[in-house]
Design a protein around this ligand. Structure first.
Ligand code: SAH
Length: 393
């Protein structure tokens, strides 16, 4: 008999609205001794079937996979991943020769809580954030092979840093299928070397694709500063948009090397670009009025709600430095990728920063994550990337 849980009375409300998480406090009783990562059936206090999900020890005890009475078998994985593929196909991403990297699975946004799959040309990189997804990775790899056929030559699992540490899974990163040395990918026609083995996250920040295009649009004739540059995504676009000069800053030596490598890959050696290893806060403090386009794309300052206050202070400080010193008629691209910081809170932090400087600031664009990072409307927590383009007079 499959393991199952019974909810406390009335605790099915949010599930009836398809919210995919069940918190530990909502559960009355568990039957059948499920192990972490097992699929459990979920019933209301009145014994009405709700759906099935992956169970895990922690405050989110069940991540829902389905609200139908269906088996979670290989066929199910094939169908669910194929639905994600069809959506990217509809977006034009699966056959676009100028963009060969995209996100195939964005967790709850693709009704697959705890799973991320990024495609880099012929390689899929899987990142599991839950025990359930980790123990299902063979099904996931099989489904990917089934969908892509020969178009996929390698599947790399990079979950060691993202699966819950406490579960004691001893996860090790490695190929589940094939092996690829990673030819550069294309994004809107620009080339990027992606190293999923050594790089951050799955190797590249695919989520800034649309926003990079906007940077390109505003770069002609401008002197550009790209802080927290990582692989130099924004720098490459700024140069292809005709920037006079671009400085890329990151505190990680490896990141700065990658940025320099990617600039070289696209434009060769003779290009107005400097890659600088430095703390961005320090760099911004001392930069004076050299730049008329600045990009601030820091890592998530708030990983949890407890860190919210400090995070907002951090955004305020960073933005105040940029707004104070940017040249007249300058353009500031400012982002937050902290899930715990709402759009409104981020905007308030940037507003406070502008107010300190006393400069005239207007919002030209409001940015978010691209369509291959969809937000499940029943799971608003999935909206994590927010950004503003400011015009500073
Ligand atoms: N803008 C990038 C993604 C940024 S990820 C892109 O489009 O791909 C965040 C980056 O910030 C990482 O590369 C990290 O090394 C860097 N970083 C973190 N703290 C920093 C600091 N205090 N100063 C400079 N860089 C920092």
């Amino acid at each position: 008999m499959e393991p199952y849980i019974i909810l406390k009375r009335g605790k099915e409300e949010s599930l009836k609205r398809f919210h995919p998480w069940i918190f530990s406090g909502a559960i009355a009783k568990t039957y059948g001794n499920p192990e972490e990562g097992d699929v459990v059936a979920v019933y209301t206090a009145e014994k009405e079937f709700v759906g099935r999900g992956h169970c895990q020890i922690g405050s989110i005890t069940v991540r829902m996979l389905t609200f139908n009475d269906e088996k979670i078998d290989q066929k199910w994985w094939n169908n669910r991943l194929s639905a994600a593929y069809k959506m990217r196909e509809m977006l034009g991403l699966t056959s676009d020769h100028s963009t060969t990297c995209y996100r195939l699975v964005h967790g709850e946004g693709d009704f697959l809580p705890g799973l991320v799959v990024d495609i880099y040309s012929k390689t899929a990189v899987i990142q599991c954030h839950s025990v359930g997804m980790f123990v299902s990775r063979k099904f996931i790899a099989e489904a990917l092979k089934c969908i892509y056929g020969n178009a996929l030559t390698a599947i790399y699992d990079k979950s060691s840093g993202t699966v819950p540490f406490k579960a004691g899974l001893n996860a090790e990163d490695g190929y589940l299928f094939g092996e690829e040395d990673g030819e550069p990918v294309r994004e809107n026609g620009n080339l990027f070397a992606v190293n999923w083995i050594k790089g951050q996250k799955t190797g590249f920040f695919i989520d800034q694709r649309d926003n990079r295009e906007l940077v390109k649009h505003y770069s002609r004739g401008r002197t550009v500063l790209n802080t927290f540059c990582y692989t130099g995504g924004f720098s490459v676009y700024a140069l292809s948009g005709g920037a006079l000069h671009v400085d890329s800053v990151d505190s990680s030596e490896q990141a700065v090397e990658l940025a320099a490598e990617n600039v070289k890959l696209n434009f060769g050696n003779d290009v107005p670009h400097n890659a600088i290893v430095r703390d961005a806060f320090e760099f911004l403090r001392d930069m004076h009025d050299r730049y008329d386009l600045i990009i601030l794309d820091p890592p998530a300052f708030a990983k949890h709600h407890k860190a919210l206050g400090n995070a907002l202070q951090g955004y305020k400080r960073l933005n105040a430095m940029a707004i104070r010193q940017i040249r007249p008629r300058g353009i500031l691209f400012t982002f937050s990728c902290s899930q715990a910081v709402s759009k409104e809170q981020f905007r308030t932090a940037v507003f406070s920063a502008a107010a300190i400087t006393g400069r005239k600031v207007r919002i030209l664009h409001q940015m978010t994550q691209p369509a291959d990072h969809p937000i499940n409307i029943y799971h608003p927590e999935g909206e994590y990337l927010k950004g503003l383009v400011l015009y500073v007079e």
